[in-house]
Design a protein around this ligand. Structure first.
Ligand code: CU
Length: 197
């Protein structure tokens, strides 16, 4: 996709710019004596030694750029390519368009107990993308609801299945990103959430 390629190129430029900035900063710092290890014994100039400087992953990037800029460029390009591929794969994975995810209302949830294992809806917490649909299937014999909100705060008004009989189902399409808690009006120990990215 052209958008991805542009993004990858932009990202590549950004990473190279960061590398160059580090290289330049490294030079400037050395020229001006702003090195982490004090070079004089003046008490006022003593900078405490910190392990931080050694664990910084960018600590030696300036040296690497100076020693072998082509090698560093190659490494950067490889990383950028990998990132680009990953973005492309993830995008294409979702490219077919909106998807429908199934959540079950399991048998036996009309009596408390399922809340102990967060299993009153299965799965109780799901993550989807905006535009996707969740279909709740009631495989129980008792009727349940899928009501946006929480037992403590009550219905949010965003979605509400009203009673879903045993064997029936209810679907809702989430068009807006956000975090949506829901519960069963009949059995308030039944709670779940949908996170929409
Ligand atoms: Cu219920």
């Amino acid at each position: 996709m052209a958008g991805i390629d542009k993004a990858a190129i932009g990202f590549s430029i950004a990473i190279v710019a960061i590398g160059v900035a580090f290289a330049m900063y490294g030079d400037a710092a050395q020229n001006q004596g702003y090195v982490a290890t004090p070079t004089t014994s003046k008490p006022m100039a003593v900078i405490p030694e910190e392990p931080k400087a050694q664990t910084d992953p960018f600590a030696d990037i300036a040296d690497k750029v100076k020693e072998n800029p082509k090698e560093v460029m190659k490494e950067v390009e490889e990383v950028v390519e990998e990132i680009g591929e990953t973005i492309k794969e993830e995008t294409e994975k979702h490219a077919p368009g909106p998807e429908t995810y199934t959540v079950e209302m399991p048998a036996g949830t009309s009596v408390p107990g399922c809340e102990e294992t967060n299993a009153c809806y299965l799965p109780a917490d799901i993550i989807i993308f905006a535009g996707d649909t969740v279909e709740w299937v009631n495989v129980d014999t008792a009727a349940h609801t899928v009501t946006g909100g929480s037992p403590a705060d009550g219905p949010s008004g965003v979605f509400d299945s009203s009673l879903v009989m045993g064997g029936a189902s209810y679907s809702f399409t989430f068009n807006d990103a956000g975090s949506y808690d829901y519960f069963c009006m009949v059995h308030p120990w039944m709670v779940g959430s949908v996170t929409v990215n």
